[in-house]
Write a protein that binds this ligand. Structure first.
Ligand code: ADP
Length: 299
């Protein structure tokens, strides 16, 4: 793998009295999908906006392709493709006009547009819709068009802020296949998502909550190295919510949370102590994340 495309160390950011980033250290490498995973308010968008030079950091170091994105705007303009959370498509323009517009704002050579457009049509399969107004496309097609616009200038780094929020599962799957194709070409991809099943598709993840990185690494390795024991509880006579509340009262020192229709209790150590009940299950990423979040919030 090449040298890191993104390197942040102890990045901090506050908006007045709200702290959005409390010392975030993140690396992203070419040919990898790096995931920032976390719920609303975790600080994912703030990090991306600082990375893109749209916001200033308060403190900490940040390198983008070895330079400072806050000072050197050309790095972002020339080498980074950005797909914001709210797609910035021109709904009254056609699919093709949206592509052309992105190409122009990145100062692409007009003679190269058609070849570039045709290559993207092969990738996104939107050719049949080239004359359709972007506003009339389905959610999944809008998402592919927004991705294509971000790729018009052949970026080396693609930054995607919750790109699949509000998109149906089938389109989400297709979208992730496209990201994998891009990474195979050597592109670095930084993507934020609240979805654990998407986290599993990343090469390296940063689990974030309230401006902090709670765990970082290769997702399957994080699960394999989870240092605790998960007990699963299920009751016919009690709703999962009531069961969770009861277990929380009984065991206030341990994270207790819903896992579908069941309730999980997370214990430190790999041997469940006597007298808890429930059954031991293999942890998944959600267990790891919720255990860490609840433990950090009660600390
Ligand atoms: P995420 O993308 O993970 O949802 P954000 O970076 O958007 O997280 O938000 C992190 C925190 O910063 C939240 O508490 C949010 O309310 C706050 N925040 C984000 N943008 C602003 C802003 N422009 N002004 C004030 N607070 C903000």
């Amino acid at each position: 793998m090449g040298s890191p495309v993104i390197e942040s160390a102890e990045l901090t950011k506050s908006y007045g009295s709200t702290t959005a980033l409390r010392g975030v250290s993140i690396q992203a490498l070419p040919g990898e999908i790096t995931g920032m995973i976390g719920p609303d308010g975790a600080g994912k968008s703030s990090f991306m906006k600082i990375l893109l030079g749209l916001l200033r950091r308060d403190d900490g170091d940040l390198k983008l392709f070895g330079g400072d994105p806050g000072r050197d705007r050309e790095i972002v303009r020339n080498r980074v493709g950005y797909m914001p959370e709210i797609f910035s498509l021109y709904t009254d323009l056609s699919v093709e006009e949206n592509l052309r517009f992105s190409f122009r704002i990145h100062r692409g050579d007009p003679a190269a547009f058609q070849a570039k457009r045709d290559r993207l049509y092969r990738f996104n399969r939107l050719q049949a819709f080239s004359a359709a107004r972007a506003g009339t496309l389905s959610g999944g097609m809008k998402q592919k068009l927004a991705l294509s616009c971000a790729l018009m200038h052949d970026p080396e780094l693609l930054v995607l802020d919750e790109p699949t929020t509000g998109v149906d599962p089938l389109s989400r799957g297709e979208f992730w296949s496209m990201l994998k194709e891009l990474k195979a070409s050597g592109m670095a991809i930084l993507v934020s998502t609240p979805y654990m099943e998407e986290a599993l598709q990343c090469d390296r993840i940063y689990l974030m909550n309230r401006g902090e990185v709670l765990a970082a690494g290769e997702p399957r390795r994080l699960i394999a190295e989870f240092p605790g024991t998960i007990l699963e509880f299920e009751e016919q006579t009690e709703s999962p919510q009531d069961l969770r509340r009861r277990l929380h009262r009984e065991y206030p020192d341990y994270p207790v949370y819903l896992a579908g229709r069941r309730v999980h209790l997370s214990l430190p150590g790999d041997q469940p102590p006597e007298g808890f009940g429930g059954r031991t299950v293999e942890p998944d990423l959600e267990d790891l994340f919720l255990s860490r979040i609840l433990a950090s919030e009660s600390a």
